[in-house]
Design a protein around this ligand. Structure first.
Ligand code: ADP
Length: 586
């Protein structure tokens, strides 16, 4: 996206407050017009003063009128300027928060495939710094850029009309400014993009390290991680410093040319005065114009510099905002009502990338209330298959139906309300136990929370904490044990009460008591709903209606526990191995 289009897009984000934005813009233009009055009045006053004769006779009423007019303009400028600044600040702040929440909503609704590819630290950085840049540009637009830009295009022709010889010097100065800026922009464009990449890398790395602080400590990696971050900082500075140096050169050269221009105007003005081609008042007015114009020119360069520096950051922001979710509601998508829970996979294949498929030609079904277990080695495609059911991804071929309706014809929110997922890690927010439980049912009463916790075997440990349901669970539930996190997420699913349930059984070994508690909790949550279990312990699935044995994304064997054991295939070997391990361990 070019700089101009980028800037237009930045301003377009003010659309929800277009009325106020337009009023502020017009007020700004009025202010800019008022600024022109000052040099004109100044010149006229000088000429009136110069006309005072040696006898002290002057046109006092005219002088007084001129001074009062000046006073009037000054009062208008100050009052109007303050109001514009105040409302512009408020508008920019309000829109910054508005855009931030729009970005947040957009990012949250992007599919898991996007989130697997982009680190949350980077997304946070893009959100905070992107909205910061927008805010800065909006403030700048109302405070300086707009009036500066307009007055620049008024001042230049005006100075030509006033005295074209002197104006030529100003035009030459504009050409120098424009040339230098364009040159340095071209020179540093790539580097500035690199700087932004480095900033994103920095944010990603810092947040990744902080999120894994237990790992950092256990491997005594504090120094190594700090060094890693410093390396990114070094690379960032290596790109940033040349950019800063180039812009410093612009600053030096433009200032020098400004001084030279002013001196030339004085010299040429003096000469023109001797030739009778300019009065002293005219020269003073022209000098004031020149100063204003130069001020605007410098303002324009710093504005261009700002847009230039912010551009990569804004491009990154808009890129995320423009990312289209491939998983969207189809027009005419329906709400699921009275779900019975019949699920059917028909020849479903899906691959994450161009490598081999994660699941390949899956066909199976579950009748309402049935339990289907998925077993097999890690990486066999079990989680992927079930993620397709709640449309974390869409399969490249084949289809999945619930109660005979293709899930792509169902509204996504409605589909996901009908499916409960108990994740292996028991994902939790850094909020209270109650808030975590209410995720699937915000209006649940405390009694309902207690009942769900009781059924999930979680009530005892919740109540053992002095703050009970108000206790915070820490980032990702760190202040709880793995078994506790699991039981909380089971309680959450019980509360949500979905007709279809996906259970990703924890792989980590639990002590015998926790294991028993968890088993009771699992049986409780599975009651009366179609359940898919990714099972690691075969004891869990003894009573499953159907067991699907996965290998390399395909279903190798399919049947009940006893039938599969009798088949003497992969499953029976798996069962034997677990049995042997279990007996040798005891
Ligand atoms: P399982 O649940 O049986 O352990 P998965 O469904 O997690 O297996 O993984 C199936 C295959 O897909 C594996 O080869 C795995 O590496 C790959 N895979 C899983 N998740 C992703 C992802 N987000 N991006 C790319 N590949 C993935």
């Amino acid at each position: 996206m070019g700089y101009f289009r980028l800037y237009v897009r930045v301003l377009a984000l003010l659309a929800p407050n277009a009325g106020l934005a337009r009023t502020l813009a017009i007020a700004n233009l009025a202010l800019a017009a008022a600024h022109f009055a000052e040099p004109v009045l100044f010149g006229k006053i000088i000429d009136a003063l110069a006309a005072i004769g040696p006898n002290g006779r002057a046109d006092w009423p005219r002088l007084a009128t001129l001074l009062l007019t000046w006073l009037g303009f000054a009062a208008f400028t100050i009052l109007c300027g303050t109001l514009v600044a105040l409302y512009a600040d408020q508008l920019a702040h309000r829109r910054r928060q508005g855009v931030l929440s729009e970005y947040f909503e957009h990012v949250l609704s992007l599919p898991l495939a996007f989130h697997s590819a982009v680190h949350s630290g980077r997304l946070m950085k893009v959100m905070l710094q992107g909205t910061d840049s927008l805010w800065g540009l909006w403030i700048g637009f109302f405070r300086d850029h707009l009036s500066g830009f307009v007055s620049f295009f008024v001042l230049l022709p005006l100075s030509l009309v006033m005295n074209w010889r002197l104006a030529l010097l100003l035009i030459a100065l504009c050409v120098v400014f424009a040339g230098l800026t364009a040159f340095v922009m071209r020179k540093t464009e790539k580097l500035q993009s690199l700087v932004e990449d480095r900033y994103s890398e920095l944010a990603e790395r810092a947040s990744d390290t902080l999120g894994n602080v237990a790992l950092v400590h256990s491997f005594a990696r504090v120094q190594a991680e700090v060094q890693g971050l410093r390396n990114v900082i070094d690379r960032l500075l290596a790109a940033q410093i040349p950019v800063l140096s180039w812009w410093a050169v612009v600053s030096v050269l433009t200032r020098a040319s400004t001084t030279l221009t002013i001196l030339s105007i004085i010299a040429l003005g003096a000469y023109l005065n001797t030739q009778g081609q300019a009065s002293v008042g005219e020269i003073v007015t022209f000098m004031s114009f020149a100063t204003l114009l130069i001020d605007r020119l410098q303002g324009t360069v710093s504005f261009v510099n700002r847009v230039f520096m912010e551009a990569p950051r804004l491009r990154e922001f808009f890129e995320v905002l423009d990312t289209q979710s491939v998983i969207r509601d189809k027009s005419g998508a329906i709400e699921l009502t009275d779900v019975r829970g019949a699920v059917e996979f028909r020849d479903v294949s899906f691959h994450y990338d161009d490598r081999r498929p994660a699941v390949d030609g899956l066909s199976f079904s579950a009748a309402p209330g049935e339990t289907v277990a998925l077993v097999g080695p890690t990486g066999a495609g079990k989680s992927t298959a079930l993620a397709l059911l709640y449309r974390a991804f869409d399969p490249q071929s084949g289809s999945i139906a619930i109660d005979g309706t293709d899930i792509r014809d169902i509204k996504i929110a409605s589909l996901r309300r009908s499916i409960g997922v108990v994740f292996q890690e028991g994902l939790l927010f850094n909020r209270s136990v109650a808030e975590n439980l209410r995720v699937g049912r915000p209006d649940a009463t405390l009694d309902e929370l207690r009942e769900a916790a009781r059924r999930a075997q979680a009530l005892d440990f919740i109540e053992a904490h002095p703050d009970g349901f108000d206790a915070r669970v820490g980032e990702r539930g760190r202040s709880l044990s793995g078994g506790e996190r699991q039981r909380l997420s089971i309680a959450r699913a019980i509360l949500k009460n979905p007709p279809i349930l996906i259970l990703d059984e924890a792989t980590s070994a639990l002590d015998a008591r926790t294991e028993t508690l968890l088993q009771i909790a699992l049986e409780e949550v599975m009651k009366g709903r179609t359940t898919f279990v990714i099972a690691h312990r075969l004891a869990t699935i003894r009573n499953a209606n159907r067991i699907l044995v996965f290998q390399h994304g395909r279903i190798l064997e399919n049947g009940t526990f006893d039938a599969l054991v009798a088949q003497d295939g992969v499953f029976s070997q798996l069962a034997k191995a677990q049995f042997v391990t279990a007996t040798s361990a005891s």
